[in-house]
Each structure stands twice: as C-alpha cells, then as structure tokens.
Design a protein around this ligand. Structure first.
Ligand code: FMN
Length: 158
C-alpha cells in the first residue's frame, strides 16, 4: 500500500531539483511546452535523459506523437517562465523569446542549458509516462540554475 498523496508530496518536496521546460512542435506545427522537474540524466553511453510527464497533462499526447523534443534547464532569473509553462493560458509561447533548434523544438532564450533530444522510448510509470530522450546536441548558457524545493522556487547560495 502506498503512502497518501499529501505525505508523498511532503516527502518528495525535500528533494531539491532544477527546473526545466520541455518543448516540442506538434503535428500542426505549433510550439508547446511544459514545466517539468521530473527530469534526470539516465545514461552516458548512449547519452540519455528521462522526463516523467503526467498522463493528464496537455503535453502528454503531443509527446507521444513526436519523435524529438527539447529540454530547457532554466536559469535563476526564469521563475516567471517556470510559472508560465505550468499555467492554464491560451498560448504559453506568446511573447516568449526563443530560437529553433536543429531538431525543431523551441530553445528558450536565456536558459542555462538546451538539450535537443530524439525520443527513443516510452515507459509506463503509474499516472505518468517516462519518456527517454537521446541527447543529440546541447548548449550551455551563463548564470546559475533555478531550483525547486518544498513547493517553492529557490536559488543557489554559494
Ligand atoms: C515546479 C513545477 C514542476 C512540475 N513538474 C512536472 C513534472 O515533472 N511532470 C509533469 O507532468 N508535470 C509537472 N508539473 C505540472 C505541469 O507543469 C503543468 O502544470 C500540468 O501538467 C498542467 O498542464 P496542462 O494544463 O498543460 O495540462 C510541474 C509544475 C510545476 C509548477
């Protein structure tokens, strides 16, 4: 039997993480994106990352359909973007600065890191799906990472 949802959130909230926005271009050519903290490095050879996306999220069916996506690791000054890409608004990309990567997905301006990924596998994970991406290219920006801890945004002090 599992712990209840509040206890689980409280436990996992003590695990500090970075914050990413996963982006893709859907079948209609529209940019889409979602704030995701369930992101991890998985394998070195080949270079694989994983993201876990709620089966109820609007991005979920789109991720299932695409062959490529990008992971934007946010900088400390991008809290507003993290909120925006988790919010229910008509167009999360309205007024957002980005360039387009070679695999097609949006690479957000001023992100700490851009990873361009080719989707290689999907695995069931409870009410989420685990998407594995092979990292084909990446760029590193400047600055510090945005963090998420105990339900709030934070910054590194060092
Ligand atoms: C800090 C933060 C981290 C989040 N991490 C994830 C995540 O790892 N996976 C996920 O599916 N949703 C995550 N979400 C929720 C989504 O960003 C989004 O709010 C939710 O799926 C609803 O999106 P929708 O309206 O497009 O369906 C996170 C939200 C926030 C604010």
């Amino acid at each position: 039997m599992s712990v209840d949802a509040d206890t689980f959130r409280s436990l996992m909230g003590r695990f500090a993480s970075g914050v990413t926005v996963v982006t893709l271009v859907d079948a209609d050519g529209r940019d889409n994106g979602l704030t995701v903290t369930a992101f991890a490095s998985l394998s070195l050879e080949p270079a694989l990352v994983l993201i876990c996306v709620d089966r109820a999220a609007s991005l979920h069916p789109l991720l299932r359909a695409v062959s490529t996506f990008a992971v934007n690791i946010l900088s400390a000054n991008q809290e507003a973007l993290a909120r925006r890409f988790a919010a229910t608004i008509p167009d999360r990309f309205d007024g957002i600065g980005y360039t387009r990567g070679t695999l097609g997905a949006a690479l957000l301006d001023e992100a700490l890191v851009h990873l361009e990924c080719r989707k290689v596998q999907e695995l069931p994970g409870g009410d989420h799906t685990i998407f594995l991406g092979e990292v084909e290219s990446g760029t590193i920006g400047s600055g510090a990472p945005l963090l998420y801890y105990r339900g709030g945004y934070a910054q590194l002090e060092r």
